[in-house]
Design a protein around this ligand. Structure first.
Ligand code: C2O
Length: 510
């Protein structure tokens, strides 16, 4: 175990990942943002300077459970104040889990402007063999910057168009449209896939290679033979597959990715423009002198098509179903117009960020959360007791899909309906005795999901749809876990976190 120390200056830089130049948020003058590589047992220390000039920021380490270090979770309005321009902040936490993660700004709908990157935790003794590894990030991409897009999205005019989300201009793989991965013949590669996008889910496949799923969201799975089927990842989700390269090096192969047109067009009753291209292509290169196969024609993966989804997977540790449930939470989620603006709701309440981070106040204010929205926001709080087995039911009353992400935990996925599968009416009889665990689940339209976790990580944890449009439109709840046991670090946050609140007392966003 070692200390991995990073010193980051966060600034605007110009980049043209798809040929269109625009300002993006980079680190130390570079964009795409760097991949962080750490080993199990390391401590990660990141000194951040906000050099943006015109925007605040804050970094979340997506999927890292922050056991005992919830104050480092980086969720602005929940675990920290925003980091104002010209200010420093230090994040430091122990890495005690392996697998595929990422980091991103968790402030003001900011990360789709480019502030996001891979975080890979290497395992000294993985349960499978591989010779080498590489990462593929998948995302939607916009030519306009988020603040302007969010203003349009959260406008009265858009309430008339049913809160339609802005459409992405392109899809990117590794923040590029020309990623080439050089491979050697007869080797086994571990491929980390991370959906770092803003909105649509992605379907992807490595052409001509058998893929075996071995991890989702940092949880090893029993090896699952996906063959050459498309795999789905929702925004925020990750997945690792093993592939074996060919002995014949005379041909190169395409890696195909397509954004879900169901989410962008079909469920929203929008016509797909004639020339719209939802695809991104990268290449597995065996021989640089040989041609690269052409990008595919338009893909439209239908929900009746045969693609690999997460519900059939089994965690490699075969952790048994958590029971009995001590605390059940039912969340009915929907869309509505509030004060003329399209908003998303949890049990009829839209999330409004507090002025003081919920973590700093959760153990003292209790019911004041609802009584003083000026200070405490409207954070849709659910208070759970230490070590309770918590079951959360998400009934999705909207005609579109929502990838729900919980901070601080991996949860078991007990049940998840198909599209139009209906709302919760109890568990069906075929719940797995060893359900898959993950930290983000795609909840399908007019359907529901049931998840469970043990409340063994005191803190205040965001539970939200990972679509950044919807975060800003209030599709978020807060799990307040065992506030009576909060560690001292919460009552006296590290100096740089405390200073952030002094420097920037008027917080406005999650
Ligand atoms: Cu990827 Cu609330 O985070």
């Amino acid at each position: 175990a070692k200390d991995v120390y990073l010193n980051w200056n966060v600034t605007w830089v110009n980049a043209s990942p798809d040929g269109f130049e625009r300002p993006v948020i980079g680190i130390n003058g570079q964009w795409p943002c760097p991949q962080i590589d750490v080993n199990l047992g390391d401590q990660l220390i990141v000194d951040v300077y906000n050099g943006l000039g015109n925007e605040s920021t804050g970094i979340h380490w997506h999927g890292i459970r922050q056991e005992g270090s919830g104050v480092m979770d980086g969720a602005v309005g929940v675990t920290q104040c925003a980091l104002a321009p010209g200010q420093h902040m230090q994040y430091h936490f122990d890495i005690n889990q392996t697998g595929t993660y990422w980091y991103h700004s968790h402030d003001m709908g900011q990360y789709p402007d480019g502030f996001r990157g891979a975080l890979i935790v290497h395992d000294p003794s993985p349960p499978f063999h591989f010779d080498d590894e590489f990462t593929l990030t998948l995302s939607d991409w916009y030519h306009k910057e988020m603040p302007g897009l969010l203003n349009t999205y959260q406008s009265t005019a858009n309430a008339q168009t049913h809160g339609a989300e802005p459409l992405p201009d392109t899809a990117l793989i590794n923040d590029s449209v020309s990623t080439k991965i050089k491979v050697l013949p007869n080797k086994t590669y571990l491929v980390h896939i991370i959906c770092i996008g803003n909105w649509p889910g992605h379907f992807w496949v490595i052409d001509g290679h058998e893929m075996t799923v071995v991890e989702v969201d940092g949880v090893y799975t029993d090896p699952y033979p996906a063959g050459d089927k498309f795999l789905r990842v929702a925004t925020g989700q990750r997945m690792s597959v093993l592939i074996k390269t060919k002995s014949d090096t005379s041909k190169n192969f395409a890696i195909w990715d397509t954004m879900d047109v169901n989410m962008m067009f079909i469920f929203e009753n929008r016509t797909i423009p004639e020339n719209y291209n939802p695809n991104a292509t990268a290449w597995l290169v065996y021989d640089e002198a040989k041609p690269l196969p052409a990008p595919p024609v338009f893909h439209h993966i239908d929900f009746n098509d045969d693609f690999v989804d997460d519900v059939n997977l089994v965690p490699a540790d075969h952790e048994p179903l958590l029971e009995p449930v001590n605390h059940q939470i039912i969340m009915d989620t929907g869309v509505t117009v509030i004060n003329g603006v399209p908003r998303h709701t949890v049990n009829n309440k839209t999330y409004i960020a507090p002025k003081v981070p919920s973590l700093y106040t959760a153990n003292t204010v209790g019911s004041e959360f609802s009584s003083n929205p000026e200070v405490y926001g409207q954070v849709n709080p659910f208070v759970v007791k230490h070590n309770d087995i918590v079951e959360i039911i998400i009934n999705n009353h909207h005609n579109n899909l929502h990838p729900w992400h919980l901070h601080g935990h991996h949860f078991q996925v007990l049940q998840r309906t198909p599209v139009d599968g209906g709302f919760y009416q109890g568990l069906t009889s075929n719940v797995s005795t060893t359900p898959i665990r993950r930290d983000t689940i795609m909840v399908q339209n007019n359907g529901h999901a049931v998840i469970r976790f043990r409340a063994d990580n005191p803190g205040v944890w965001m539970l939200h749809c990972h679509v950044e449009w919807h975060v800003e439109a209030g599709l978020m709840a807060t799990i307040i876990e065992a506030p009576e046991t909060f560690p001292d670090s919460v009552h006296a946050p590290p100096k740089s976190h405390y200073d952030a609140c002094k420097a920037y007392p008027q917080q406005t966003s999650g």
